[in-house]
Design a protein around this ligand. Structure first.
Ligand SMILES: O=C(O)/C=C/C(=O)/C=C/C=C(\O)C(=O)O
Ligand SMILES: [Fe+2]
Length: 314
């Protein structure tokens, strides 16, 4: 086995608006088991596909995909802050290889990331700095968004590069599944927020950050009371999506347009492109089989919450 994959929903709401203790215990159990499987695999390198929520990427320049050749986590909500240990020369080689494959992958030597990147590193590895990581941003909120087909092709190009390394590679996907928390949309915001989305939000004043976090927390509290206050979770679609990935039917996703996906499962569901990229990466590294599938809709976290592992078998 040369590659192991784990995809996991993330939520900034953990610790702020939590489900019942038995649900929390169940999720923590799923995460501990995934963490144990990853530890047994003993990865030498991590590739992490994750989105951003207007903490690192803004409308001054909004790439569909970006590889961090250097990256720092801001520590929003209760996620860890700090530098991600990106191996510079390897990341540069990766960027060249993916570009030569015909995929327009942006690079950043000072990529700013949020809980989307930090949470899986903390939960699955025990911290931001445990292993060398290639962090790959996939735009999941700021339209125009990349589609499933290009995302799959990005993953395949990454997989071909990783196959040349002779390393045990852990591939992580962060985010999804069905959900629509109150992330601002450029077309709907006032002048102040527009300015923030255009780039001045990169160093958000503490009071404004607090206000923004409160807005998400309050939306979750309302959603628990009344699930008509936000786009509903869609367990049927979420499970169909996980089955497609388990069965290696990745090209079938190409036919789903971004507009369709938003309507089916909510505007933040585009975060599942990180899962699609992760599985496409794994598929390019060999035949695979999935394990450890878990799913539960968790309104407290405004999340169709899923967890799925897979490993190459050749
Ligand atoms: O309202 C804002 O400005 C920001 C909202 C968030 O950062 C929300 C994040 C939610 C998730 O990461 C999620 O995937 O549910
Ligand atoms: Fe998110």
């Amino acid at each position: 086995m040369n590659a192991y994959l784990h995809c996991l929903s993330h939520t900034p709401l953990v610790g702020y608006v939590d489900p019942a203790q038995e649900v929390l215990d169940e999720v923590n159990g799923v995460i501990s088991e995934a963490r144990a499987r990853i530890a047994a695999f003993d990865p030498e390198l991590v590739v992490l596909f994750a989105p951003d929520h207007y903490n690192g990427f803004f409308y001054d320049v909004m790439p569909p995909f970006c590889l961090g050749i250097g990256a720092t986590s801001i520590g929003d909500f209760s996620s860890a802050a700090g530098v991600l240990p990106v191996p510079t020369a390897l990341a540069e080689a990766c960027a060249h290889s993916v570009m030569k494959s015909g995929i327009d992958l942006a690079v950043s030597y000072c990529m700013q990331v949020d809980h989307g990147f930090a949470q899986p590193l903390e939960l699955l590895l025990g911290g931001l700095d445990k292993l060398p990581v290639l962090p790959v941003f996939i735009n999941g909120v700021a339209t125009p968004l990349p589609g499933f087909q290009r995302t799959r092709m990005l993953g395949e190009a990454m997989g071909r590069f990783l196959s040349t390394l002779n390393k045990r590679v852990l591939i992580l996907g962060s985010g999804g599944l069905s959900h629509q928390p109150p992330v601002p949309e450029l077309a709907k915001v006032d002048a102040h927020m527009r300015d923030r989305l255009l780039g001045s939000g990169k160093q958000l004043p503490p009071d404004e950050r607090e206000l923004r976090q409160r807005r998400v927390i309050e939306a979750a509290e309302r959603f628990v009371e009344d699930q008509k206050t936000l786009h509903p979770l869609n367990p049927i679609w979420d499970n169909q999506f996980m089955t497609l990935l388990e069965q290696g039917r990745l090209t079938e996703l190409d036919a789903i347009s971004n507009e369709e996906l938003s309507a089916i499962a909510g505007k933040s569901t585009h975060e599942v492109k990180t899962w699609a990229a992760a599985f496409a990466t794994l598929a390019a590294m060999g035949r695979y089989r999935a394990e450890g599938r878990y799913y539960r809709p968790i309104p407290e976290w405004i999340a169709g919450f899923g967890s799925l592992s897979a490993m190459t078998t050749n």
